[in-house]
Design a protein around this ligand. Structure first.
Ligand SMILES: Nc1ncnc2c1ncn2[C@@H]1O[C@H](COP(=O)(O)OP(=O)(O)OP(=O)(O)O)[C@@H](O)[C@H]1O
Ligand SMILES: [Mg+2]
Length: 418
C-alpha cells in the first residue's frame, strides 16, 4: 500500500490533518465538487473546479491538491478533463465527480447532515441536525461551508452568520452617470428618506434626471449593501420581475424563490412572502427604474402588495423612479402609506441656472441668452443635452417646443460674450 493512503483515508472519516474536524480533506473535496456537477459536460466551467479553486474551497495548500485528487481519481470517485475556465481562452485541468463519486458523496452528505450540532440563536442554545442549520440559514452557506464552519467553531451562531450575508450586486443594467452635476440637496434628501422610509419614489418629468439620481445613489451604496436594479418596461408582467428577483436571490445563495417558481402555479402574495422572508435583515436595496403609466395591472398589484408587506420587514428598502402625474388607477399606494411614513416621495425639478449651464457646456455663453434657454427648458438636463448636441429632431420629438422655439434656442446657444 502506498504512503499516501494514510491520512486521507475515506472510511471512518474521523482522521484529519487539522485535528479539529471529523471530515477528511478528501471528503471535503467530494462535497465541494458536488455543487458543480451541473458543469460536468460544459465547455466553460467555473474556476472552482480547478486545482487552485479546489484548494481554496477546502482550505489546503494548492501544492497538496494533486495528491488528494490522484487518490480520488484512482478510487473512481473523481474524473478529470480539460476545460475553459471563466471565459478564458486557455484550457485548464478540471475535476468532477464520477457517477460513483456522486452517489458516494450523496451518502456522505446524508450522514454528515444528520449529525447533531449546537445551534445558538437569539441567545438560546439548542441541538439540531446539521441539515436544519442549512434551513435556518436559508441555504446561505454551501454544504461544505457548513462543514468547515463546524470544524472551526464547533457550533453555529445563526444570528451572527446571518448578519454577515454576502453582498450581491445585481445592477449591471443600471446606466452609468458620466458627469453628474450638483443635485446636492436632492441627493441629501434621498439618502435621508432611504434611511427613514421603506419605499422611496423619485418623481419627475421625462429627462429631468430621475434615473441619473438613482444611479448616483447606487454608486453610493455599492459594496455596502446588496443591490438589485430593474429597468421596468411597459410590457413587463410580474413574472418577469419575479424571475429576475429569483436570479438575484440565487446569487445571494438563496434558492427558495427560484424553487417556488419552478414548481409552476405562482401566487403573487406567496411569492412576495418568500421574497421578503429571504431578504429580511439582509440590508438590501431593490431599485426599480422607470415605473410608467403604461404598467400592466399585475405590476400595479405587485407593487401595492410589496408596499403593504414590506412595512413589517427589517433591512430591505425599495427605490422607484416614476414620471409625474401617473393616474391613480395605475398607482400602487395612497395617502395612508405616506402618512404612516412607509413611503417617502422626492419630486425632482429641473437644474438651477448655474448647473444647467454646465450641461450646455458653451464657454462664455451670453448671460441673457442662456437665461432664455433655461426658461424654455426649465433646466431639464436632457433638453439641455439636446441643445448642446444640436439635436433638432430630438427636440422636435419631445413635443414641447414649436419649430420656431427650437431654432431660437439653437441660435441663442451661439450668442457668446466677447
Ligand atoms: N445631475 C445631472 N448632471 C448631469 N447630467 C444629468 C443629470 N441628471 C440627468 N442628466 C442627464 O440627462 C439625461 C436624462 O436623465 P435621466 O435619464 O436620468 O432622466 P429621467 O428622469 O430618468 O428620464 P425618463 O423619465 O425619460 O426616464 C441623461 O443623459 C443624464 O445623463
Ligand atoms: Mg429614467
Amino acid at each position: 500500500m502506498s504512503k499516501e493512503s494514510n491520512s486521507d483515508e475515506m472510511n471512518g472519516g474521523d482522521s484529519n490533518s487539522d485535528g479539529k474536524s471529523s471530515v477528511t480533506v478528501n471528503e471535503k473535496i467530494l462535497l465541494h465538487l458536488k455543487d458543480y456537477s451541473s458543469y460536468r459536460d460544459a465547455t466553460e466551467v467555473p474556476k472552482d473546479v480547478t486545482q487552485k479553486g479546489i484548494a481554496n474551497a477546502v482550505g489546503i495548500l494548492p501544492s497538496h491538491t494533486p495528491r488528494a485528487l490522484k487518490r480520488l481519481i484512482r478510487d473512481g470517485l473523481v474524473a478529470e478533463r480539460d476545460g475553459y475556465v471563466g471565459g478564458g481562452t486557455r484550457k485548464s485541468r478540471v475535476y468532477f465527480l464520477s457517477d460513483n463519486g456522486n452517489q458516494r458523496t450523496k451518502r456522505l452528505a446524508e450522514r454528515i447532515g444528520s449529525t447533531t450540532v449546537e445551534m445558538r440563536k437569539d441567545g438560546k442554545i439548542t441541538y439540531v441536525q446539521l441539515c436544519e442549520i442549512n434551513m435556518q440559514l436559508r441555504n446561505k452557506l454551501s454544504f461544505l461551508e457548513l462543514v468547515m464552519h463546524h470544524g472551526q467553531y464547533r457550533y453555529f451562531d445563526i444570528t451572527r452568520i446571518d448578519s454577515g450575508q454576502k453582498i450581491v450586486d445585481f445592477s449591471t443594467k443600471a446606466p452609468r452617470v458620466e458627469i453628474f452635476v450638483d443635485r446636492e440637496d436632492e441627493f441629501g434628501t434621498l439618502k435621508a428618506l432611504a434611511v427613514e422610509r421603506k419605499v422611496v419614489v423619485i418623481f419627475g418629468w421625462k429627462g429631468v434626471g430621475k434615473t441619473a439620481l438613482a444611479s448616483k445613489y447606487l454608486e453610493n451604496i455599492r459594496g455596502k449593501q446588496s443591490v438589485f436594479w430593474y429597468q421596468l418596461q411597459p410590457s413587463d408582467t410580474f413574472m418577469d420581475l419575479l424571475e429576475s428577483l429569483a436570479e438575484f436571490l440565487e446569487l445571494m445563495g438563496v434558492k427558495t424563490l427560484s424553487d417556488y417558481l419552478k414548481g409552476g402555479k405562482v401566487n403573487m402574495a406567496e411569492s412576495q412572502l418568500i421574497l421578503l422572508e429571504a431578504l429580511s435583515e439582509s440590508d438590501t436595496r431593490l431599485i426599480f427604474d422607470n415605473y410608467s403609466e403604461q404598467q400592466g395591472e399585475d405590476i400595479v398589484d405587485f407593487f401595492s402588495l410589496l408596499v403593504n408587506m414590506i412595512k413589517d420587514t427589517k433591512g430591505i428598502g425599495v427605490l422607484i423612479t416614476a414620471r409625474e402625474n401617473i393616474p391613480y388607477y395605475n398607482w400602487f399606494y395612497g395617502k395612508k402609506e405616506l402618512e404612516r411614513e412607509i413611503v417617502g416621495e422626492l419630486h425632482l425639478k429641473g437644474l438651477d441656472r448655474e448647473s444647467g449651464k454646465k450641461i450646455i457646456a458653451v464657454k462664455n455663453i451670453e448671460e441673457d441668452a442662456y437665461k432664455q434657454i433655461h426658461q424654455l427648458t426649465k433646466g431639464v438636463p436632457q433638453l439641455l443635452e439636446y441643445i448642446r448636441d444640436d439635436s433638432t429632431d430630438a427636440l422636435k420629438a419631445s413635443g414641447l417646443f414649436t419649430a420656431q422655439e427650437i431654432r431660437l434656442m439653437l441660435g441663442l446657444k451661439k450668442v457668446v460674450r466677447k
